[in-house]
Design a protein around this ligand. Sequence first.
Ligand code: MG
Length: 480
Amino acid sequence: MPFPRALVLGAAWLMAALASLAAAPASRPPNIIVVFCDDLGYADVGCFGASKIRTPNIDRLAKEGVRLTDFYAAQAVCSASRAALLTGCYPNRIGIAGALGPGARHGLNPDERTIAEVLKPRGYATGAVGKWHLGHHPMFLPTRHGFDEWLGLPYSNDMWPYHPEAKKGSYPELPLFDGETVVDPEVTPDDQKTLTTRYTERAVRFIERHRDQPFFLYLAHAMPHVPLFVSDARSGRSRAGLFGDVIGEIDWSVGQLLDALRRHKIDEHTLVIFTSDNGPWLSYGDHAGSAGPLREGKGTAWEGGVRVPFIARWPGRIPRDSVSHQPAMTIDLLPTLAAIAQAPLPPHRIDGLDIRPLLLKPAEATSPHDALWFYYNNNELQALRSGRWKLILPHAYRTLGSQTPATGGTPIKYSQLKAGTELYDLEKDPGEKTDLASLKPEIVAELQEHVEKARADLGDALTGRTPTGARPAGKLPSTP
Ligand code: MG
């Protein structure tokens, strides 16, 4: 007797449904928010040691998540640092160094893959809000690198005609973009006051619009990079002056994001990461942050330049109020987020490693890195960290020495000092005060093997080595 038609159709549907279930990923991937501050020092938030500056929302993020105390930016300068976070590569692997100015004719190579491009095939809505700084020509903008939308500045907020340090006529007017359209061609001081609020409102709207699908939000604040600006509503509130007000507004912003997640009941479905692109710009004195006990600041490979606060919160997945002292770096975010979203990695070589264990099991997990390399300044390999040890290689670095700190937003001049081959035990001596190189030559020799690996791969301007594993930056086609 033939099967009834309804039964046959029902069985066919069931088979098809089972097949699609097998093909579909196990579950909807989580939302991901990365808050990336600019020039925020290691000790500029309460949970990393700030004493005068109050950051209740950022501290709450840490209470409800994990702090990585030994987390690094890949280079202590804006563009290079951003390139590393978004691509999972050392910035010199992909040809991005320093801070790109308005005259730059290069940017992030279209062949590189950002976190947004990696997540997109898994159904993510992708939004960038804030500073980009990986090329301001259309072919380099966020909208060409996997982001559905972008509101923000193309480079640093001091690259404008009104900055006290700008030589007359050296910078064009600073534009504000929405997508690929300039919506404000001349950002004024009054406009700068509104940036943190405006970015936050846009970020919250993005969360609201995409609450029913996985989303990736990259919120790269302009602040606390100089020149400092805060909204009138949040001005004059901090005991730590204008800098404290600026951090207070970033803290308010974090609170707004957390409120939006709670309001839309997607708290437990959202991983929030908070970190910074490099340490404090110390020459700005009271307009700069603090690296706390760490040595030096932005623009150096000392801990104050490269070690940054890192917090990750994912209720139900990341243990509350936890901490890891294992070394990790911004290059690790791309592979980690790809693994979390079950998205394939880029087809080319990347440098970051999956640090899910550090986030999900911080009490027991160890760093996947044998060594982390600190390149700076025209591809100089200046330092590396392996486990508890940091090896400093001979190089010149900038320092303020014992000068009286600057006040009021006008910086003082750095002088240059020379470092030798120096060894520091970061577990006992995070301030890099006691050089152990002569006492522990066997450790220095061991670390030199990592140095050789780095030089063979990415080159080293200090010893005249040419990279073998580097890829070029994207370049504007030359005009005929
Ligand atoms: Mg910066």
